[in-house]
Design a protein around this ligand. Structure first.
Ligand code: 9MR
Length: 371
């Protein structure tokens, strides 16, 4: 007994001294460990990811991101395909996924002219519904969805893409039937359904001066009416040659001037040339090649430009991290991106932070190294 006790004492002593001398392993940096004190770092997930079937992508999501947004499953045509039928299966799965992994869960999107269920703005005969009917439908739609995830979804893209680059209102069915009022109404309904949820206006090409000014006015007007607007979402679908970084920065500053936060909500950067629709399409082989110039891999020279420009954008976001509350990539790896089929089918693009083999792009590696 005595010798056993001695043995334990000796063992315990050696374990303790081993602990004392062993150098503490430095944790591998991740996007969220490096950027987490500046803003939320998010990613859009598809249903293969939120259901955890795409295990490679899921590993990256859990390791690097602290926020998720639904790429498609909360859009009207999916979640509310018929007037009296909601389908919450995928959206429930998405919210559970984010919650289970301790992430800030973002809802996208409540009112959008695109991917709108075909029944939404028309009656049985296909004629536009009256303003009263449309208001009631918007209210039912928003109230049902927002209340279902009350306290679980941190914030909603309440209205998506309602303003044009020249500052005019998009002539969507919502606008045609209700006029400008449909936007404040949507914010009001969302706030009534979950008073604690953050509410965002979200749009693309937000660097454009006309759109910038109109969105600033829209948000100021809503705030003056006492409506809650927490942030302005700049989608951030950018390219190698557009937009001008200085114009993008002007919009960050102008949006922050409303008192709302700024979010980069759908960040990606196409590595492909813009499609020239007026090109001479007589030479079809050459034309197809021009549309899809890198079917095998991105040439080094293009990759370098792409990485340098992504780093420039990230540095801009970091510079303005006092007003930017979230930066979200629109997809996990290059293979997941909507850009692959846009604007023509079959294009292979390289727009995201992780490549098709789930490896971080060079600018991400540098970011992780520097910190
Ligand atoms: O990435 C999304 C793609 O998978 C869908 O087919 C498409 C239509 O619903 O929407 C894409 O996401 C869009 C987002 O919802 C709103 N801003 C533009 C995004 C890219 O088109």
């Amino acid at each position: 007994m005595k010798s056993k006790t001695l043995l334990w004492a000796l063992l315990a002593g050696s374990v303790m001294s081993a602990c004392a001398t062993k150098p503490v392993a430095k944790e591998e940096p991740t996007l969220k460990s490096v950027l987490g004190d500046k803003f939320l770092i998010g990613v859009a997930v598809n249903v293969w990811q939120s259901s955890e079937r795409d295990t490679n992508a899921v590993k990256i999501v859990k390791k690097h991101f602290n926020s998720v947004v639904a790429e498609n499953c909360m859009k009207c045509q999916t979640i509310h395909p018929e007037e009296n039928r909601y389908d919450f299966k995928q959206a429930d799965e998405f919210v559970n996924f984010g919650e289970k992994n301790g992430m800030a869960v973002m809802g996208h999107c409540l009112i959008w002219h695109s991917q709108l269920a075909p029944w939404f703005c028309v009656d049985k005969d296909g004629k536009d519904v009256s303003p009263e009917v449309l208001k009631q439908r918007m209210k039912d739609h928003i109230t049902t969805i927002v209340s279902r995830y009350k306290g679980r979804v941190k914030g909603w893209d309440v209205v998506n893409e309602a303003i044009m680059e020249d500052g005019s209102y998009r002539k969507s069915k919502f606008y045609q039937i209700l006029g400008e009022e449909f936007i404040p109404l949507a914010f009001q309904y969302a706030h009534e359904a979950d008073p604690d949820a953050e509410l965002y206006y979200n749009d693309y090409n937000m660097h454009a001066e006309g759109k910038r000014n109109a969105v600033v006015k829209l948000v100021n007007d809503m705030k003056a009416k006492g409506l809650r607007v927490d942030a302005i979402g700049m989608q951030g679908h950018v390219g190698l040659n557009y937009p001008d970084l200085a114009e993008f920065e002007k919009s960050i500053v102008a949006f922050a001037g409303t008192g709302a936060k700024v979010m980069i909500t759908e960040w990606d950067m196409s590595a492909l040339p813009e499609v020239n629709r007026t090109a001479n399409i007589a030479d079809t082989v050459a034309f197809r090649k021009a549309l899809n110039p890198y079917p095998d891999a991105l040439p080094d020279s293009v990759s370098q430009r792409w990485n340098a420009r992504m780093a420039d954008f990230m540095n801009l976001f970091i510079k303005h991290s006092d007003v930017i509350s979230r930066v979200t990539a629109w997809g996990v790896s290059d293979g997941d991106s909507w850009k692959n089929g846009f604007p023509v089918r079959g294009r292979k693009d390289y727009p995201l932070l992780f490549d098709r083999e789930y490896q971080p792009k060079p600018f991400v590696v540098d970011l992780l190294k520097e910190n």
